[in-house]
Design a protein around this ligand. Sequence first.
Ligand code: BES
Ligand code: MN
Ligand code: ZN
Length: 501
Amino acid sequence: MDIKVKKANPLQQKVPCLVLGVFEGKLKTSLLKELDLALAGALGRAVRDGEFSGKVRETLLFHTGKGFSAERVMLVGLGKEKNAGLEYLRQAAGAMVGALQARRLTVFATDLVQCPLKGTSLAARAQAVSEAVILASYRFDRFRTENTEDLSPALKEVRLLVEKPSLVAEAEQGVQDAHCICRGVVLARNLVNEPGNVKSPEFLAEQARTLAKEVGIEVTVLEKKALVKEGFGGMIGVAQGSERDPRLIVLEYKGGNGEARPIVLVGKGVVFDAGGISLKPAEKMDEMKMDMAGGAAVMGTLLAVAAMKLPVNLVGIVPAVENLPSGTAMRPGDILTSLSGRTIEVLNTDAEGRLILADALTYAKRFDPRVVIDLATLTGACIIALGHHASAVLGNHDGLIRQLIKAGEQSGERLWQLPLWDEYGAQIKSDVADVKNTGGRPAGTITAAAFLQKFAAEFTWAHLDIAGTAWEEKGRPYISKGGTGVGVRLLVQYLRKIAEV
Ligand code: BES
Ligand code: MN
Ligand code: ZN
């Protein structure tokens, strides 16, 4: 899709559809008055009859007549001006794409980037609108072979209109950033949506090799033999029930100063989580192909950051395994020796994410990280606590958590902090090993983080539980059903801030 920035008067655009953003109740602007005149009062009548008031995501379409440059005009609601921020802008842009695609319109111009949102730059608005346009038109259709004519057509050309020639370059920068970021989000969504029969640990490794080649970064893949030899007891324990061997995927991007310590991202990469011997119920088990969404976010972030050439040093680590029951699977009661040397009593084989993350966190130490952030679809309890509107954040450093929460607000991928008080540690004490892998029903998200904390004690660390946000069931304005790619936009925002660009 081609997103162009143009200096132009919206009412003089020759285009199949012109889309204008409207704040709630603000229907008397000079532009809308001029439009109403050109439409012979149709806009005023529609507003009078309650068809449109500017509520966020609302749309209204007019066919124009002779003497009007655009063939159609669509109004899209931006919500109340005082509440409006970049997230409303993304939602409005997403709703706009939905309404256009439903009418099979693929070429349009819009003034959305010009809407005066307090405290936002033109570059940020252009990025937000472009992100929403690209992500709203995403779909995973590689397995659709029949009735493809039912699918909405791909957008061809988008013109973002600005008032003055001097504004074009700034808006173009925002568009370019959005293209890089969305490359990462789309990769993450595609990887999550890929079915389990295709998506082996080796498939993820191959995808990592491909992306590394695309943007010129380093990739290392440890295969089973190396993992056994080095003592990745957590990974081997989980993987031993599957015919498909585990992989440890490591991506390295060196955009910063040679000596600068890297940020290390760790992403849970369980390509399918049946629960192992502690088998999950059949209902919705299919969704557990998304249990590598943390790993997908890490791979997507490395792709985006390398494409943007951000001046940071960044390492991505993805432990990739499959959790299945079989005659060779680990059993409840087994004791594993993790890479750290710490022993783990496995009381529930379905609490597998923390076992592989323990090894990956220990492995992170060799990069002498400045900060470690892990992302994981770790606990069903997180969905009970926060539902689908925020990921949980926990960690051992308040400054880092604050920076991440801020990045979440700016990117629209919100985080909510849960406590990690020492008292929770009592729930994961084992009688026979150093630690056990479940802490019972109370505070499941917190006891999972308390488990990880033992393996992250040496560094500044935060954990994001994305169990409730990695998968979308219904579809939202710019988030299609299935994998959401959550984490990529958040982490890029965080990394841009600390790289100060
Ligand atoms: N991958 C699941 C968590 C999950 C559940 C993610 C639903 C997304 C949607 C994880 O491996 C798991 O099974 N966790 C268990 C832990 C329990 C056994 C301590 C859970 O949450 O039930
Ligand atoms: Mn599980
Ligand atoms: Zn899992």
